[in-house]
Design a protein around this ligand. Structure first.
Ligand SMILES: [Zn+2]
Length: 264
């Protein structure tokens, strides 16, 4: 078995160049969901992925999971209606200090100010079957942070979200994909059952449940790039010119086309 996990950030029209990579428009997101269906994939929850990698239950042959990092309000306003249209489960990883406020932690990256999910919206998402996970308190680079701060970031965000939901929050995602063996241990000790990294690749039986792999869907990804990510769970997309050149070289080698005349 192998399962691809997709990572989105915002489902919204970008307001400036700094956040363009992280904004998938609602139209592009709906097309992604259509492609998942047309390609015959079954969308599974993160809990199902964790059961699959631990060999507690079998996963469908073509399985994909959908995740959103950060907890910007567009997860409720724009992503949820489309997910409901398709009946797909998903996970949303929330930066707990942002709840009911703004994405102030993104200011240093030049991100425009965006509204974050409110407690009410988080409860509504959970009530609609969306899995709410934790994404630290302040969106820190855990791999570069000392143990006391790492522990507070992980434990306090889990507790804050559990207060809002009145239930366990068993899943976690490392901000910036930044982790260390120490941070991974703190995630485990805090009582999580699984955590998502930003390393690309598919998740197979026996994979580390605390370093699940995800493929990032970027704002600029064309439909063919989305298809490749869905199929191969890769993040590194060659530019179109490289793909053409490789295709030409292959066809030349196979003598299916004559070599292109080159200038000397
Ligand atoms: Zn994040």
């Amino acid at each position: 078995m192998r399962v691809t996990m997709l990572m989105y950030h915002m489902i919204a029209v970008p307001e400036n160049a700094a956040e363009a990579r992280f904004c998938r428009t609602p139209e592009a997101f709906r097309k992604d969901m259509q492609q998942i269906r047309q390609a015959g994939y079954q969308v599974v929850s993160l809990a199902t992925v964790l059961d699959g990698v631990a060999d507690r239950s079998a996963l469908p042959d073509k399985a994909v999971a959908i995740t959103f990092d950060d907890g910007v309000a567009c997860a409720y306003e724009n992503a949820l209606p489309i997910l409901q249209e398709f009946g797909y489960p998903a996970s949303v990883f929330v930066v707990s200090s942002g709840v009911g406020g703004y994405n102030d932690w993104g200011k240093v990256f030049g991100f425009p100010r965006r509204r974050m999910l409110t407690a009410c919206e988080i409860r509504a998402l959970a009530g609609s079957g969306v899995d709410i996970g934790s994404h630290t308190v302040n969106h820190l680079w855990l791999g570069r942070t000392g143990k006391t701060a790492v522990t507070n970031e992980i434990r306090d965000s889990k507790a804050a979200l559990e207060d809002i939901l009145g239930r366990e929050v068993p899943h976690f995602a490392y901000p910036f994909g930044s982790w260390s063996p120490m941070a991974r241990n703190v995630v485990i000790e805090a009582g999580h059952t699984g955590a998502c990294s930003t390393m690309s690749g598919q998740n197979r039986k026996g994979a580390d449940p605390y370093l699940l792999r995800r493929s990032e869907i970027m704002g600029s990804d064309a439909p063919w790039q989305f298809r490749l990510k869905l199929r191969f769970a890769t993040n590194e997309m060659p530019p179109v010119s490289d793909v053409r050149r490789l295709a030409r070289q292959t066809l030349e080698k196979m003598r299916l086309i004559s070599p292109r005349a080159t200038d000397h």
